[in-house]
Design a protein around this ligand. Sequence first.
Ligand code: ADP
Ligand code: MG
Length: 685
Amino acid sequence: MAELDKEVRYLSGVGEKRAKLLGKLKIFSFRDVLMHFPRAYEDRTVFKAIGEVTLGESVCVRVTVASEPVYSYVRKGMELLKFRVTDGADIMNVTFFNRGYLRNEIHRGDDLVLYGKIGGNERRPEMINPIMEREASEGGATGKLVPIYRMTAGINSRYIEKLVFSVLERCGDELPDPLPSGIRKKYQLCSAGYAYENIHFPKDYESLDTARRRLIFEELFVIACAMKLMRGTRITKAARVPKPADLNEYYRAMPFELTGAQKRAINEAVSDMTSGRPMSRLVQGDVGSGKTVVSAACCWLVVKSGYQAAVMAPTEILANQHYQTFSTLLGGLGIRVGILTGAMTAKKRRETLEAIKTGEIDVIVGTHALISESVEYKTLALVITDEQHRFGVQQRAALSAKGESPHVLVMSATPIPRTLALIIYGELDVSVIDELPAGRQKVDTFAVGENYRTRVYNFVRKIVGAGNQVYIVCPMVEEGEDLPPELKSVEEYGKQLKEEIFPDISVGIVHGKMKPKDKERVMSAFGAGETKILVSTTVIEVGVDVPNAVLMIVENADRFGLSQLHQLRGRVGRGKDKSYCILFKGAGGDISAQRLKILCSTNDGFEIAEEDLQLRGPGDFFGSRQHGLPETKISEYTRDIDLVKLAQQAALDTLADDPKLDKPENQKLYEEIERVLAKSADTFS
Ligand code: ADP
Ligand code: MG
């Protein structure tokens, strides 16, 4: 086995326990250690004289110990060691907490290099628990850029640094190097050896830049090649080609007249599917533009020819919702719709799997349970994924693999800037639904402060009194995040609303940590109109459709992205009644107030996305996992857009020259692509 693929426990200093902890950081092999790139660097290159330091800064000083260390035992767990140091001109105090053992090691007259934050006062600066060395040396801890790694309890950054160091020592001759040498020369990229050495232990900022550029390029290049290869493999014959059918039959069965844009998208999809090649199409349309009927039409077409379709949703809630919608839309046309989620009982699951296998179910709706190994289809011809930004390319590929190149339809409400569309949807054709169903009203949107709270609650009563329903959304709070006092956690706030503010109104509460079964119950009670107010986190962000809900209240709106708020707002304004969205501004500053104004002034998702991008910068716009591209370790698609373009071009050139990557110089590249694809597929299965 290659050294790099060895398990991390074979490194010295890693026992079973540590190996387990490292697993939490997704570090399993030597390779993973190497790829655990620093998240930041601490600059310990700046040396100053004591007389030059300023309070609060972190610097290195070269000093001599000027007084014998004084040890004091305050109490158990609290020992102090104090001494003075000098650089010949000025004096500084040094204090160590709980390092009593140092008293035998440090003596008056010793030369030391210290790195730490300057405390004390102007007259007598002080360092507390500084990093200390006898002299700055290579491999040491001062006088250089020090990598800061993501850590976990029991594994600190310094420990990882040591692991990286020993991996580099052991694997220096066989570092991962997927770049063909022609590409490396053409784009003037440094060698793999230099890159790994300097990404972890940079000599200076310049070498760090050189290393970063190479590794980012490499990562993007591998991804670009992977996407292109996948596109290459899709242009084969579709396994199951539905027969053309009269769409009017479908249109007549719908509860409303379809918009021109909906019909156009359906026509495009139908002509893809009947062409003999597998369809790979993205339907992009703002929230509420009516993407569901478009996808249902595709289901209808393949089922008419005796085939099956699978509809995959990103959450259980949405899967349930789609199950209901598809049943309603297609049931009248004699189509049997089923559902498969992780929340089902074992018995029900077995029965459903059997029905899928025998073909008793025509259209199966579900979460990513649909791509698990145990699902066998009889005649899968079409795969639909909703809100594709929550799914990766690999998940689509995994599902496609089950049905011998089925047709793929992807629906998304997330407008993305043009530059990125190419890489993200590079392998898809696009239909845009640019027209809202007739009679759709603008959702009146207001951004308000706390002083409006009573009025807003009264408004809620009025809405409920008129027979309509209300959403109240709170931001998701990361586990372990300290709750700022003004932040509303959904559980507590929900309880307060239910028991104190609206004791006479039925209130439902739903959030991500609940069991799927419970979520389902709360959602269907709201859908059926039994509960009038639904308090939730963003679990309802995508796709939930309750036309009777006409008021959306968002707490701490400053904590959300604009596009996300727009998605949330899309949950109302779906029926015939006038709808409203009220954003509580929260504690955000001017920028956030300015951002919220945009929402109040337009209902156009694309315009909002553009503004969002300008105000917040791209890094923020695409939160992790939002884009359906493979996760990256070192690149950021939007920040590194220039390298994205170069890597794209390099990928095109490479594959034009060697379409299947079977030339010897491309072997390592091919292996790396396989590794990347396999890895991202794992994450979800
Ligand atoms: P999205 O594009 O956000 O997924 P949906 O497919 O959920 O939108 O549709 C939003 C709402 O609009 C649904 O309640 C749906 O029944 C309704 N709808 C869709 N198309 C039309 C139409 N052509 N005319 C009237 N209502 C429509
Ligand atoms: Mg939808």
